[in-house]
Design a protein around this ligand. Structure first.
Ligand code: ACM
Ligand code: ZN
Length: 532
């Protein structure tokens, strides 16, 4: 009898251990919250659990709708809102609380769930965390473990750049990507809209941009360094202004800022194909059909170039409410400027030293225009060459040197070095085992271990590092599963770089949480590279 009792107790203990073990497995939040306390018990969301919030707040209403439709789509439960039932999921704004714009508290106990924050953005991120507490395999009740979480981001710029020019991504895919970003608390979508190989934004004043510049006659097959073969198939597409407004508003509902990039003075062959008078030689030009850096760039000597760009920026500024406009500025060969009479005259008239200062003149002039439109200019780190525009924010991509220099000059910086942030790079050393990529090698662990604040910055300089960003260039990425394969789970790793505290980072622990996250990606129908 006694023996039986002992073994019964032992079994019970074992059961508790196993259950708790199971529970520990299911708590796999990425990015890792600032503080997380796991408590006993759980709360079951059922079809009578109501979502409660102040109906007068449109943003909360919208957050509730998004959560409601997630539960319906992935868990097939249709929750009531504001039905004042006993057990509820409550969203609460406490303006007096200290959570900033994006921080939140999430409490789950057997009586219900409470998400509170100082601002709607915080509630939204609380919901993203709650979604990661839900079962990865939906069946029966939706059991949520009891927890107390307090959380806020480390950086305010948590970005992803998508190149829609080398390959075009339809509106529904951009929206899916925005959903995916939001789930991992990324808040900035840098939309790379213009390139040598295609112009992708409708500009009403210049219809040839969409008639001509958004289409190329054919595309190189295979890696450009190893191929002379073209596919003979026309390729193109663009976003109408209505589509852009729709995407910007979709992003806003997910607390994502959309920053447009309109490239200048380089990477602009496609524009010249449509408006050859904007180049130094007058052409003829054609929309590029292979990848790389092209010599045909905007003429910096012609007033017409600036008139064109200001007109384009007028429409861009109308479409995008973001404070920022990215103007590219990278990889602009100066060869034709050296030979162009008008460019040389500009150098002389403006008392410039060389073509680098001419590029600086170009960017400063555009910055003045953007300032007049109440916008701030961002450029790739080449905008430092020849003298940086006074208020410019720098994206440090050719390593971290540009970022360091810019912070020392008192400028804001977003870190996006090729070494850690280029998601178009290979994910294995064995290239043959991976889909064709541009080159490089950027495995998950390297992304995870990235530290955006360089060691040699003092506190003041470090405060200029706004955050970090992944860049997805799409020369070699042609379809949606492949795009997601390049982004996940590397974006999960980057989300922890930009959200979680530096001290809390631990790759082994991240890998453990990734196990469950893979299942969650599956649930949401997101493709990924499996690093196991
Ligand atoms: C870049 O990758 N050319 C910014
Ligand atoms: Zn010129």
């Amino acid at each position: 009898m006694n023996l039986q009792k002992t073994s019964y107790s032992f079994l019970l203990l074992l059961l508790i251990c196993v259950t708790n073990y199971g529970k520990a497995q299911t708590i796999s939040i990425i990015p890792k919250p600032m503080s997380l306390k796991v408590l006993d018990g759980d709360f079951a969301i059922t079809s009578s659990t109501s979502i409660e919030f102040d109906k007068r707040n449109d943003e909360l209403d919208n957050i509730a709708q998004l959560f409601h439709s997630d539960l319906l789509e992935f868990y097939h439960v249709d929750l009531p809102t504001n039905s004042r039932t006993q057990k509820a999921i409550k969203f609460q704004i406490e303006p007096e609380s200290n959570f900033g714009n994006e921080g939140y508290s999430l409490i789950v106990n057997p009586e219900g769930i409470l998400i509170s924050a100082s601002a709607p953005g915080g509630v939204f991120y609380g919901v993203q965390t709650l979604k990661q507490l839900l079962p990865v395999v939906p069946s029966g009740d939706i059991v949520v473990p009891c927890v107390e979480i307090k959380d806020e981001p480390r950086f305010k710029w948590r970005g992803l750049m998508l190149d829609v020019c080398r390959h075009y991504w339809p509106v529904f895919q951009i929206k899916k990507l925005l959903d995916e970003m939001a789930l991992f608390k990324m808040n900035t979508f840098h939309w790379h809209l213009t390139e040598d190989q295609g112009w992708r934004i409708e500009i009403k004043k210049y219809p040839e941009l969409t008639n001509v510049a958004s289409w190329r006659n054919q595309t190189i097959v295979g890696h450009k360094n190893e191929s002379n073969t073209y596919d003979g198939i026309g390729y193109g597409g663009f976003y109408t202004q209505d589509q852009i407004r729709d995407i910007v508003s979709y992003a806003k509902e997910r607390f994502i800022d959309v920053v447009p990039e309109i490239e200048m003075p380089g990477h602009s062959t496609a524009v010249l194909a449509a408006y050859p008078e904007l180049g130094c030689t007058g052409g003829p030009y054609e929309v590029a059909m292979t990848w790389g850096v092209f010599k045909d760039v905007y003429c910096a000597g012609k007033e017409q170039t600036f008139k064109f760009l200001e007109d384009v920026l007028d429409e861009v500024c109308e479409l995008f409410p973001s404070r920022y406009v990215h103007i590219g500025g990278d990889e602009c060969p100066k060869d034709l400027w050296q030979e162009c009479e008008k460019c040389q005259k500009r150098i002389k008239d403006e008392d410039l030293k060389d073509e680098h200062e001419l590029q600086s003149y170009f960017i400063k002039r555009i910055e003045k225009y953007l300032e007049y439109k109440n916008k701030r200019l961002i450029g790739w780190d080449e905008i430092l060459e020849g003298g940086i525009a006074p208020e410019a924010t720098v994206m440090s991509w050719r390593g971290i040197r540009g970022g360091i220099e810019a912070t020392q000059l008192g400028h804001d910086v977003i870190m996006t070095p090729t070494s850690h942030c280029y998601f178009d790079h290979y994910q294995s050393k064995d290239k043959e085992s991976e889909p064709l990529a541009i080159g490089g090698f950027l495995p998950l662990k390297k992304v995870y271990n990235y530290e955006p604040v360089p060691d040699d910055l003092n506190e003041q300089q470090a405060s200029h590092i706004l955050g970090a960003q992944a860049n997805v260039w799409t020369e070699y990425i042609t379809n949606i599963p492949h795009l997601e394969y390049m982004i996940f789970p590397r974006l999960c790793a980057l989300s922890e770089v930009v959200w979680s505290t530096r001290e809390s980072k631990n790759f082994v622990d991240f890998q453990t949480r990734l196990e469950t996250t893979y299942l969650r990606l599956k649930l949401y129908n997101i493709n990924y590279r499996d690093y196991r």
